[in-house]
Design a protein around this ligand. Structure first.
Ligand code: ZN
Length: 182
């Protein structure tokens, strides 16, 4: 937030250190938005994070499997579902569902994946329904991962936390919405 970046783990030593095997400390599911690359937001380097990015953090079985890979096979202790302010994917999906106008081609698959968040936003109301929907999408996606049959046992054991968080484009702040480890 203050701009004091350390740019860790980006030199040739680090590259060689992780060349044979990796042990990232987190897996991040975030949006494709060009302004929210997790590796840069969290000031990380080579071998630090698994990163999955889809429009509005929309998840399907392939995405979910990719998120699960680290925690299920390598003991990665943290999953972060990261939403963000002014998400274009959430906004487009909101407008599509509100107006009953499907988006063209494969974009509609994202709209479908975001329907539960849309419905929750409609129920919650609020001054800015798109922001409400973006936060709902984070919470719903984190909760679904935390309680699915493969990850729930790891969460119960205390070896995995699934956190939902929200990134402010304006301030650079990441706010934890759900699942902060106790
Ligand atoms: Zn977005």
């Amino acid at each position: 937030m203050s701009g004091k970046l350390q740019h860790p783990d980006r030199d040739p030593d680090r590259r060689q250190f992780v060349a044979q095997e990796q042990a990232p400390f987190g897996a991040v599911l975030s949006c494709i938005d060009s302004r929210v690359p997790p590796e840069l937001l969290f000031d990380t380097g080579l071998g630090d994070l698994y990163v999955m990015r889809t429009g509005g953090q929309a998840a399907d079985p392939v995405v979910t499997g990719s998120v699960e890979y680290g925690p299920m096979t390598g003991g990665t202790p943290l999953i972060v579902v990261l939403g963000h302010q002014r998400c274009g994917a959430v906004k487009a999906a909101y407008q599509s569902m509100r107006d009953g106008k499907p988006l063209p081609g494969n974009l509609q698959a994202i709209v479908k994946a975001l329907r539960p968040a849309y419905e929750q936003a409609v129920r919650e109301g609020g001054a800015d329904p798109v922001e409400t929907m973006a936060r709902a999408q984070v919470r719903l996606t984190a909760t679904a991962l935390r309680s699915n049959q493969d990850l729930a046992p790891l969460v119960r054991k205390g070896s995995l936390a699934v956190v939902g968080a929200y990134y402010s484009l304006d301030t650079g702040k990441v706010q934890v919405l759900t699942g902060a480890p106790s």
